[in-house]
Ligand binder design. Structure first.
Ligand SMILES: COCCOc1ccc2cc1OCC(=O)N(C)CCCNCc1c[nH]c3ncnc(c13)N2
Length: 288
């Protein structure tokens, strides 16, 4: 990974600002070039008063702290940050192919080989996160970007926390990706773990292959379907893909397929084994 050999202290004058890359809840993202090195990056600009008004400064501070310590090919790098009187600036890795959800909407749904490669990359990123006891908690297409080589990168760690965690957060946005254990009300015993990301990975797999989330319905019905683990899989989804979805969308967090086993799942192996073995398999020299 090219490490910008910049000094630890950054300031706005060091960057040439390019085209806008989009506008999020709390800020805009721009293409940028660090003048001395020519390093291309993305610059996210957050307005302090907006963060204060929405009471999200702590969440953003935690996000910066978490993302600054992560380095993985499928996680968007946060190289550094700085601020002036009114704004906070995040210096981020540039994902040249933009937002995954836009590709998904345009293509309606992904072919199984593409979905399987994305899910294998997500599983690798989650394995790295969970090893560092970070739970993402907000895995969905809107929080995934695509790099120049088509590889995916998890961004937006706004909801990530260090495990274990039994703090309940007020949720905004879609319920589609929430696991049953986060829906449950009740007191302290609704403790949840990294396994929440496995449920969301199941929802993501389904949405990549079908083009809509498995529990998509009115808010009330979605909550009920999630709590009961009720969903149907269209006939065009292969039995192997259906099997992986079934092993992720398990109500009991402890019974969800572990990340290590995802890399060996037949659906993933079928589409993601690289090089020699794929050649041998496809040339019929190897019993598949
Ligand atoms: C507190 O914030 C934490 C960091 O959040 C983000 C970091 C980087 C982001 C987007 C982030 O949040 C979501 C957001 O601002 N939008 C949805 C609007 C812009 C969409 N990006 C488009 C985009 C295209 N190529 C990119 N290469 C790198 N980063 C990008 C993009 N966006």
């Amino acid at each position: 990974y090219p490490q910008p050999s910049a000094p630890r202290q950054f300031h706005l004058g060091m960057f040439e600002i390019g085209k806008p890359l989009g506008k999020g809840k709390f800020g805009r993202v721009y293409l940028a070039k660090e003048r001395s090195s020519g390093f291309i990056c993305a610059l996210k600009v957050l307005h302090k008063n907006e963060l204060q008004h929405n009471k999200v400064e702590k969440q953003v501070r935690r996000e910066i702290e978490i993302q600054s310590n992560l380095a993985h090919p499928n996680i968007l790098r946060l190289y550094g940050h700085f601020h002036d009187a009114k704004r906070i600036f995040l210096i981020l890795e540039f994902a040249a192919k933009g937002e995954l959800y836009k590709h998904l909407r345009r293509e309606q749904r992904f072919p199984e080989w593409k979905a399987a490669q994305y899910i294998a990359q997500m599983a690798a990123a989650l394995k790295y996160l969970h090893k560092k006891h970070v739970i993402h908690r907000d895995i969905k297409p809107e929080n995934i970007l695509v790099g120049i080589h088509g590889e995916i990168k998890i961004s937006d760690f706004g909801w990530s926390v260090h495990a274990p965690n039994n703090r309940r957060q007020t949720m905004c946005g879609t319920l589609d990706y929430l696991p049953p254990e986060m829906l449950k009300g009740g007191s302290k015993e609704n403790y949840y773990s990294e396994k929440v990301d496995l449920w969301s990975l199941g929802v993501l797999t389904y949405e990549f292959l079908v083009g809509e989330a498995p529990f998509e319905d009115t808010q009330i019905m979605t909550q009920r379907k999630i709590a009961r683990g009720e969903y149907t899989v269209p006939a065009f989804v292969s039995p192997e893909a259906k099997d992986l979805i079934k092993r992720l969308l398990v109500l009991d967090p402890e019974k969800r397929i572990p990340l290590e086993d995802i890399q060996q799942h037949p659906w993933i192996v079928k589409h993601c084994v690289k090089g020699e073995r794929a050649y041998m398999r496809d040339s019929g020299k190897m019993r598949s």
